[in-house]
Ligand binder design. Structure first.
Ligand code: BEZ
Length: 218
């Protein structure tokens, strides 16, 4: 056992995908038919794992996501729900949501009964007594690269408004050389990387480490 293995004996048993990793490809059944992740190249993908169908917080998240699904679509982003529940369970849940709330969940929910996808993405909750997936979000860029990972416990719902903001910010900085400051929203100014040369520092002045870009992103 190496030094780091001794410190982190369980590390190898949990796959942890990082920002910059290629998103593991998969083919699966979904509520909208069969889907292969790599067929979505050219689009952003928000892979939205939830612990279980027919649960309170997950239902609130899917209601909110469905209300703004058109905004994700306008931003060239495909929403993909995922849990280890079966396809019949997913279908029964979205039908129940429509019956009780009048809201259609039109984006696909991926069936992962074998947990192969959840394992590959490190979505299994080590604290859960069962095989529930954590509230993980993997934002995948049009080239299939992971650009953000969000992880919440089963007891706390995610903010759909923040996920929209995160997607907008990732898209605004995707070309490089621009940074999104705290709370950045579309239309607001982005930042430039800190000045790196003496002449840049002299030209920029004392706030060389916080330079607002002249252009505004939309
Ligand atoms: C929920 O979505 O409400 C939930 C899911 C799993 C465990 C606890 C709560």
């Amino acid at each position: 056992m190496t030094g780091s293995d001794a410190q982190f004996p369980d590390l190898d048993s949990h796959c942890v995908l990082k920002i910059g990793d290629e998103a593991p490809d998969f083919s699966a059944r979904t509520t909208q038919g069969p889907l292969t992740l790599s067929d979505l190249r050219g689009k952003w993908v928000m892979l939205f794992a939830h612990p279980a169908d027919f649960t309170p917080v997950c239902t609130s998240e899917f209601l909110s996501l469905s209300r703004v699904a058109d905004q994700f679509e306008k931003m060239n982003c495909v929403l993909l729900g995922l849990s280890v529940d079966s396809l019949p369970a997913h279908i029964a849940w979205v039908e129940a949501i429509y019956r009780e709330f009048g809201i259609r969940v039109t984006f696909p929910i991926v069936e992962d009964a074998s947990m192969a996808i959840a394992r590959a993405y490190g979505m299994l909750d080590p604290l859960a007594e069962n095989t529930a997936t954590v509230r993980a979000v993997h934002v995948i860029d049009p080239a299939g690269m992971i650009r953000a990972v969000v992880s919440y416990p089963s007891s706390v719902g995610r903010s759909v408004a923040e996920l929209l903001r995160l997607l907008a910010a990732l898209q605004a900085v995707a070309e490089g050389n621009r940074l999104a400051p705290e709370g950045w929203a579309p239309g607001e100014g982005l930042l430039l990387p800190a000045a790196e040369t003496e002449s840049e520092v002299v030209a920029t002045g004392p706030a060389w480490f916080h330079r607002v870009a002249g252009d505004a992103a939309s």
